[in-house]
Write a protein that binds this ligand. Structure first.
Ligand SMILES: [Zn+2]
Length: 468
């Protein structure tokens, strides 16, 4: 038995906390007892003295690209999950599109599982995906003969993936974007089997037209990339996705929202009963397009980082519930792929998983943009609920997995990119000081990270299937 003694937990009301002992039996939370009622610790128990520390549910990063198998030069599952452990993330949900073959069938899912199950330091759930390639049955993407895309979807859903990723615009030949009609077909079928569809929502035709015009003029700087992706590209994409969700009555999730107007549209869609959810990312909450001067393509992402009005609207959206949670879209690459001299060719994506919780704690909670209750919702509970992992994950309730992060709210943490656990030893947050410091990360009752002892030597993560 493990006892985390004398820690502060949220009462679920604003910033209010109470002092408790959390008892863990094996992998599960056995009891959460007010400190005043706790009897003497049983002599056989391991005790972590958590005096002065805050205990919150392990964070969930519902959007990571760990690239295994296939693109391990950029990131791999071992490094990505070690970074997660160090960042207080106890469950990641890995995307289906940046591994080879992509997770568009159960055969491909099993192929990926074989490789990643042995090297995961935190628990993981998995996205399935539908690409134009898979809809058209291009056999090179399937390990065994291609079945119909809808049969693939149904089998993947039954196997336990949490959602299906789709793109309106994609930079990957191995996972091409869907046409408007194809996207509608996927949503229609998802509605039939009860599945959730994730959408990368940017209006592809508008962006393609702008890119063509810029290319004619040989424009290839990061400002040109920004111009190609600036609004209304994302807002229009989100509007299209909402239209399809309304028409098909599918459950839809908009990934990485960067647009304030997009967030407002999602709030409106929710108000009229569309079953829609959305996430935003630390880079959209931290930076604006002015930061391209300093960072160039280091902060090149899709959607593009937008204006300060968007940034404040995204914080507001998290606070008022129009946006459901923070995820990172963790997608690093070696620096030489980020600095090719041509912004179109620079890799789009940044590392994120290790700093998601420290960022949200410091810049959201400590700076009073989010209450403690909201912080827990947007870093853990809401993602667990939307992706069918709750209440196993996302809460400190009795019977839940003992995934717990201990944070010292009085300490500060200066970001040193050379010490990051990801394959990428760079971050635009380098040198920044975050308020609060992760002291321990506990996964199903085992300490997998501590500020002194670092990440556990053995990988202990396992696949968490969506509960039905
Ligand atoms: Zn992504």
């Amino acid at each position: 038995m493990l006892i985390i003694s004398n820690c502060q937990i949220s009462t679920g009301e604003g910033n209010e906390t109470k002092t408790v002992d959390i008892c863990v039996d094996g992998e599960k939370i056995l009891s959460v007892i007010p400190r005043s009622e706790a009897t003497k610790d049983p002599p056989s128990a391991d005790v972590i003295d958590a005096t002065g520390l805050l205990a919150i549910p392990g964070a969930i990063d519902a959007h990571v690209h760990f690239d295994t198998p296939g693109f391990e030069d950029r990131e791999d599952f071992a490094h990505g999950t070690r970074a997660a452990a160090a960042g207080g993330v106890t469950t990641v949900i890995d995307m289906p599109d940046t591994c080879m073959p992509p997770v568009t069938s159960v055969a491909n899912l099993e192929n990926k599982l074989k490789v990643i199950e042995r090297v995961a330091y935190v628990d993981f759930a998995l996205w399935g995906g539908v690409s134009q390639n898979s809809m058209r049955g291009e056999p090179s993407l399937h390990l065994v003969g291609a079945t119909d895309w809808f049969a693939d979807m149904e089998e993947l859903w039954k196997a336990g993936v949490v959602a299906f990723k789709t793109y309106m615009i994609s930079g990957m030949d191995t996972f091409r974007a869907l046409s408007f009609i194809e996207m509608g077909q996927v949503m229609q079928y998802a509605r039939k089997i009860g599945a959730l569809v994730g959408v990368h929502a940017e209006e592809g035709k508008l962006i393609a037209e702008r890119m063509a015009a810029l290319n004619v003029l040989n424009k290839n700087k990061i400002d040109d990339y920004y111009a190609s992706r600036a609004e209304p590209a994302e807002k229009d994409g989100i509007a299209l996705a909402i239209g399809l969700a309304r028409e098909t009555k599918a459950r839809v999730h908009i990934v990485h929202v960067a647009s304030g107007q997009g967030a407002n549209l999602i709030a409106w869609a929710k108000s009229i009963g569309v079953d829609i959810s959305a996430e935003t990312c630390p880079h959209y909450l931290a930076f604006t397009k002015d930061d391209f001067k300093k960072f160039g393509s280091l902060i090149k992402t899709a959607p593009v980082i937008k204006e300060s009005g968007d940034r404040s609207a995204l914080w507001q959206g998290l606070a008022d519930g129009s946006l459901d949670f923070i995820a990172t879209d963790h997608a690093p690459a070696p620096l030489e792929q980020k600095k090719t001299g041509n912004a179109w060719k620079d890799y789009g994506g940044i590392p994120g998983v290790e700093l998601m919780l420290p960022f949200a704690f410091s810049e959201g909670y400590k700076k009073k943009k989010l209450t403690l209750t909201k912080l827990i919702e947007v870093t853990s509970t809401n993602a667990a609920k939307r992706f069918g992992l709750f209440p196993q994950k996302g809460t400190l309730a009795v019977g839940s997995d003992a995934d717990i992060v201990l944070i010292n709210p009085k300490k500060a943490h200066k970001i040193d990119q050379s010490k990051m656990h990801s394959k990428a030893k760079w971050t635009p947050f380098n040198g920044q000081k975050f308020a609060g410091k992760i002291v321990k990360t506990i996964l199903r009752g085992k300490v997998i990270y501590s500020e002194k002892g670092d990440v556990a030597a053995e990988p202990q993560g396992k696949w968490i299937k969506r509960n039905s």
